[in-house]
Structures are given as C-alpha cells and as structure tokens.
Design a binder for this molecule. Structure first.
Ligand SMILES: Cc1ncc(COP(=O)(O)O)c(C=O)c1O
Length: 458
C-alpha cells in the first residue's frame, strides 16, 4: 500500500537546529553610527541568550529540553504526499508538503514563538511585546507565553484587525492583549495616525510600536519579540526542513524543487535552509521563495541597507526592501505585507542560490481553492502564494513529461481567513500589482543609506 502521510516518531525529532550563518557570508547589521551593531546595543530589545544565537556562526545549536516538550504538542509535523492534487492535475510530478497548519495557533509561527518565550523566561523576563500582520504570529506568541507563564502584548496591523476579529479572541483566550496598530499608545503610532488617520497600518509601523513599548518599560523586565526576518527566527524554523529531510529519506525521495511563501522569510527558510546547505555543497535543487505581486520585495525591490520598521528603531539590515516607510496595499494575506526580507534569504537571492517568484492575489486564491477541494485543508491566504507556484511547476512537469519531486511548505490553515475566501468566491478580490513608478518613489528613501557589499558564499 502506498503511503500518504510520512510520519516521524517523537524520538526521531531533530535535537539541534541548523544555523545557515555557518555556511554563508553576510553583511553585518549597522547601528546609528554606521558601524556594525554590537550585542550590547541590542540588549534593551532582546534577552542576551537570544542575541548570542542571533550572531552565532555555530552550525548546529541544541534545542533545549523544555522547548522540545512544548514542540511535541504538535510536532513532528506530518509530511503528506498530495496524491489528490497530482491526480487532479494529471501530473507525473510527485508532490509532498510539510503540514505546519496543525500547531495550536494554526501555522509554523510557534516553532520560534516557543523557544523565544523559553529563552526570555530563562533570562528573567516577565512580558513580551510584539506585532502581528495576519494574526498568526500574535496568536503563536500568546500561546507560547501561556506555556511559559509570560505576559504578552500584541500590536495588530489595523487592516487585519478589522478583517479577522477571531484572531484577537484567540490571543485573548491564551491571555494575550491585542490592540489595533497604529494606536494612540505609542509615539510611533500617533505619528502614523497623524500622517494618515485612515491608514490600513503596516508591519513596519506595528514593529515600531512594539519596540517602543518594550524598551520604555522602566522595570527592565519587558522585551520585544519578532516572528520573522532575524537570524534566530530562521534558525528555530529549520526544524521543519530537518524533519522533512528525514521523512524524504524514509520514502527514498529527494526534492528537485522546494517552494514556500515568503514575507519576512521564516517558513520558507525553515523548510529550505537545510536543503540550501546541500545546494551550496553541490546538489541540484531549484528553490523558490514566493511573494505577492502587491508587495514584491525580492522580485522588484533593490538589495540595500534599510530599517526593519517605519520609525527607524531597528538597525540597518542588508536586505531587499521596498523602503521602511512603504505601506503595502491592503491585500488579503496580511502576513505577506512586509517591506523587507530576512537578510539571510536576501543574501541567498542576491547570490542566485534562491530564485524568487511573485504571484497575484486571484491566482493565489484559485490555487488555494484547488488545494482545499483536493487535499482538504483550507490554506491560509499566505500559503496560497506558494500553492500557485506548486500548481504551475506540476503543470510544467506534465508538459515536459518529467517526474519531478516537489516539496512545499503548507505554512498555515485559513480557518480564520474566511472573510477573504468569501470575498474571492463572490468575485470581490482584485489583483493588485505595484507600478514601477510607485517602486521608484518608495526607493528614494535609500538615497543616503550605506550600500551592502556583494558577497559570494560559494
Ligand atoms: C500562514 C502564514 N504563512 C506565511 C507567513 C509569512 O511569514 P514568513 O515569511 O515569516 O513565514 C505568515 C505571516 O504571518 C503566515 O501567517
């Protein structure tokens, strides 16, 4: 009998994360004085144990036992052969996905929320503050804080706050306090509302609000937590790809193509980085991060030094960016509305190791509906972007008569995104694409920023 789900036992879970910083060259983040940021400068924002991980170039990092215990609530996640999709498309490709939608909040986000809450707890921190786009990250951190007895405050991007009221209820159920961003609670929020009282908000603004609240707590027991972009977040997510490698081995397969949607880059990196290691060491694999055409960071923006947030509280990061002041259009995948990209993913795109792709909203929903009707899970609108490329690659394999092995990340379910599905099904979703003029306008902000060096890792 052919296997549909490829499962690992709990005792087969990876015991270490893979750190790609051991294998690639990176431009350093820069502080306000133009010099590389020191760990001490980051200390008011993050606990020192996470800062050490952020800058570590050790290839393998142990996963602490208390973190393993919480991850086991839903991990190891199944790898599934998408047979119904293969049949529906009539493709000779064999399609597999990691199902990250089975975690309590419904996405890959708790893979890093849990270790981040743990390291903060160990460091003596009492409260974490963060931002959230679609609400997946905010609910993941609220869940993780409940596991380790921490307080949690979340600034949620206004447009998603209005589109997804039940995400807020979910965060409240786990004890999290979620407010709409921009808010009147911070200087950064008030400034954004002054610029545009009807702003849909952006991740850049919400990050500024969260950092400001975290660093202004006089007790010193509050820190900020970020759900994507940073090196330690990518590190924690590699458990996805490390499990996938073992699962592929179990059925004697190895992927020709790897696909994940990308906003800050974390679910994509989580699946892809352990395979990027193989690619750097000579394996032939096509690896595609997929972004929305409405916020085309990797496919249209320049590789620059830019801030991770609108109020410029973060260091300058070497990344593809549409500009820290850019407010992306209110597309229906709130988790993909970020102006920048993880420096590690950016570096690998810059070197040509990864090949980014952009997908329009309607094409993404069309693929999401096909997957819901074949494989059964209703995907998060973010995941739909990856699915559109999965379908395109499977059809290409059919046209070429090639038996490709495709592996993708099902980053989350869409059960709290049904307003967006309703809109799509009633014909109300429009394709939004940025014009070159809008991008040129956004790029003016980099005029005085330093330029990252062009580095080659292999
Ligand atoms: C389900 C889901 N997938 C993907 C993403 C994109 O984030 P990242 O690129 O960090 O994986 C999000 C972000 O909120 C999300 O909720």
């Amino acid at each position: 009998m052919e296997q549909r789900k490829i499962l690992l036992r709990e005792d087969e879970m990876p015991r270490q994360w893979y750190n790609i910083l051991a294998d690639i060259k990176m431009n350093p983040p820069l502080g306000p004085d133009g010099n590389p940021v020191t760990p001490d400068q980051l200390a008011p924002v993050f606990p020192m144990n996470l800062i050490e991980q952020e800058v570590s170039s050790q290839r393998w990092i142990d996963i602490p036992e208390p973190v393993m215990d919480v991850l086991k609530i839903w991990r190891p996640s199944p790898m599934v052969r998408a047979r119904n999709l293969e049949k529906a498309l009539g493709t000779p490709a064999r399609i597999y996905f990691k199902n990250e939608s089975l975690s309590p909040p419904g996405s890959h986000k708790p893979n890093t929320a849990v270790p981040q809450a743990y390291y903060n707890k160990v460091f003596g921190i009492k409260k974490l503050v963060t931002e959230t786009g679609a609400g997946q990250w905010g609910s993941a951190l609220a869940f993780a804080c409940a596991q380790f007895g921490l307080e949690c405050k979340i600034f949620m991007v206004r447009v998603s706050f209005d589109q997804k009221p039940y995400r807020k209820s979910m965060m409240a159920t786990w004890g999290g306090n979620c407010v709409a961003s921009p808010s009147q609670e911070t200087r950064a929020g008030r400034a954004a509302l002054e610029r545009d009282p009807n702003t849909p908000g952006s991740l850049g603004i919400a990050i500024s609000e969260a950092i400001e609240e975290a660093v202004s707590d006089a007790s010193g027991q509050t820190r900020y937590s970020l759900g994507s972009v940073l090196n330690h977040v990518m590190l924690h997510q590699t458990i996805i790809g490390l499990e996938a490698k073992k699962q592929m081995e179990k059925v004697g397969e190895y992927p020709d193509i790897i696909i994940g949607c990308a906003s800050g880059g974390s679910n994509f990196a989580g699946l892809a980085f352990p395979f990027v290691y193989d690619k750097i060491h000579g394996k032939q694999i096509e690896i595609y991060p997929v972004e929305p055409a409405g916020c085309p960071t990797l496919t249209k923006a320049p590789f620059v030094y830019d801030h991770g947030d609108t109020a410029k509280y973060t260091p300058l990061l070497p990344m593809y960016s549409l500009g820290h002041a850019f407010v992306p259009p209110p597309i229906h995948s709130g988790g993909l509305r970020y102006h920048g990209m993880a420096p590690t993913v950016s570096q690998l795109v810059n070197e040509g190791i990864l090949t980014p792709k952009a997908v329009k909203q309607k094409e993404a929903f069309e693929a999401g509906i096909l997957l819901a009707r074949t494989e059964g899970i209703i995907p998060a609108p973010e995941t739909n972007h990856a699915l559109a490329i999965v379908v395109a690659e499977a059809l290409k394999a059919k046209e070429e008569g090639k038996e490709k092995v495709i592996l993708f990340n099902w980053s989350g379910h869409g059960l709290l995104d049904l307003t967006a599905y309703e809109k799509y099904l009633s014909g109300g979703i429009m394709d939004i694409e940025l014009s070159d003029k809008e991008i040129e306008e956004a790029e003016k902000i980099f005029a005085n920023h330093p330029k990252p060096q062009i580095l080659k890792s292999r």
